[in-house]
Ligand binder design. Sequence first.
Ligand SMILES: O=C(O)C(=O)C[C@]1(C(=O)O)C=C[C@@H](O)C=C1
Length: 364
Amino acid sequence: MTTGKELDNLRQSIDAIDDQLLALLNQRAELAIQVGKYKSGNPSEFYVPSREKQIYTRLLRENPGPVPDEAVRAIFREVISACLNLEQPLTIAYLGPEATFTHIASMEHFGQSARYQPSPSIRDVFSEVERGRVHYGVAPIENSTEGVVNYTLDCLVDSDLSICAEIELGITHHLMSLSGKIESIRRVYSHPHAIAQCRQWLDLNLPEVELVDITSTARAAEIVSHDETSAAICSELAGKLYSLVPVVRKIEDKTNNFTRFIVVGNTRTKKSGNDKTSVVFSLSHAVGSLYHALEVISRFDINMTKIESRPSKMKAWEYLFHIDIEGHCDDENVSQALDLLGQRSLFLKVLGSYPKSIPSRKGE
Ligand SMILES: O=C(O)C(=O)C[C@]1(C(=O)O)C=C[C@@H](O)C=C1
């Protein structure tokens, strides 16, 4: 047992370390301000995803414990966020309203010091950045259970913005209501993707209940906050914002449920050493055209992590192929592969090269 004196000594040692941490944090902030002065003054140069990725990778590799990696990441997220804010306060548009998973993903990536602005649609997220009203935008692009968010893919094709970074968030859905009682539920509101991710649970546990599609999980929570007989499938953050309590926690069918979000902006992200590149292309209706296009990827020894096709919208039954490949477009093999792929395509656009995400479980 620790005596009162020993406890006092331990707390004094903690105070001494806190003083050192505070002094070091301020030294770090001074250095970040100096780094900021080397940047040309263009606001889009201040946030450097490749450098941030290198910092996290090194710290997580060197972490001796007992502080868990997830905590190291969260602490340094806030340190970097505060330092960046001293260089240039960042404004971020996200697919709102407040407390959506996109909001959670944005805060997880940019930290508490950035300023956040909800946008009513994915198109609006893009246009806020295009019009220069915010520095960056965040939109969902793919869920591990439900597949791609088509609208984000379409916006990427139409827009001149680049993908600067990706964010991967573990997603957990809770059934939340005003009373927390399952027997009073007549309707369940949520975003169609969230309903689809909880389909088996709903069929088994609430087979008679009406399911209502809503534009976002956060909006569902807001509606339910005015109706005693309904429940929302939403994040804990959204439920708390509207004074809901959990009826049943973690109702998603697949426990490994992740969503990827993209950060879009006017800048191209430099190499971090562990990157991905997103590309969209279209092909002629000739025998083997897709085969010949993809042969280029394997010829240059590149791993493809995703392929998706979308209607071109220009002509019926013509398609755009969206692929993600490992590597940065400034890597020799990726750059050569993209040149050749361009020669074999009717149209090719590089949507961005960006650091591979470090998955986070903060949405759980
Ligand atoms: O290295 C930089 O360019 C910085 O601005 C410093 C810093 C940091 O705090 O480490 C801050 C923001 C950037 O996104 C990356 C790194």
